[in-house]
Design a protein around this ligand. Structure first.
Ligand code: FMN
Length: 189
């Protein structure tokens, strides 16, 4: 089988963040199944918000004109078969860092809303509260589902759990194992 290409974007400001650890475990699983993985940690990159200039919507436009690190992420997503977004839940949804990136996908919407057709999507969410409803993580689920539908991607898969202190999620062996398995599946199925 051809080598799969997977893009993983993680948005925790904490290097040992819980969502980052799950993303890394997923990457290990994907790597074990032979995928080529490109990882973007937003804490070290500049991805500004959409400025609504609509340059991406002009006839003959060639994408977003904002000259920051999102340009490399656009290219990687275009080339990938699967995309994984990992975020802490902040104020009942994805954090601002990931929301900025999602807003910038507006530029893909210029392509008849099919820029992500055929790509698989998954999202990793970690919240401090007890479950996906109490934490507000459910809003992030809904927003990623809507984004995928709008851009023609496959229905996303979700992996989520509760943890608060940085690194705490490593003690959740079951969730860490599921992250590894999800990586393997994205790489092979
Ligand atoms: C600014 C901020 C907002 C937060 N908002 C929520 C929230 O709405 N719901 C929740 O369950 N946890 C919330 N938390 C807790 C984080 O989701 C939790 O600490 C999580 O483990 C962070 O993930 P990370 O380690 O990947 O950064 C918030 C934390 C911060 C710093």
């Amino acid at each position: 089988m051809d080598q799969r290409s997977i893009v993983v974007v993680e948005s925790s400001p904490r290097k040992a963040g819980n969502s980052s650890l799950l993303a890394r475990r997923l990457i290990e699983g994907a790597g074990s199944a032979g995928a080529r993985v490109e990882e973007f940690a937003l804490r070290g990159l500049k991805v500004g918000p959409c400025i609504a200039c609509d340059s991406c919507r002009r006839p003959g436009a060639r994408g977003c004109v904002v000259p920051d690190d999102m340009q490399a992420i656009y290219a990687a997503i275009r080339a990938a078969e699967a995309v994984v977004l990992a975020s802490p839940v902040y104020w009942f949804s994805v954090n601002a860092q990931l929301k900025a990136l999602i807003d910038r996908l507006y530029a893909f919407g210029a392509e008849k809303y099919a820029a992500l057709a055929g790509k698989r999507f998954a999202a990793i969410l970690v919240f401090g509260d007890r479950d996906i409803y109490e934490s507000g993580g459910i809003n992030a689920v809904r927003s990623v589902e809507d984004m995928c539908r709008f851009l023609g991607a496959a229905r996303p898969e979700f992996l989520y759990g509760s943890a608060d202190k940085a690194g705490e999620i490593a003690g959740n062996a079951e969730l860490m194992a599921r992250a590894y398995e999800l990586g393997k599946r994205l790489a092979s199925e």
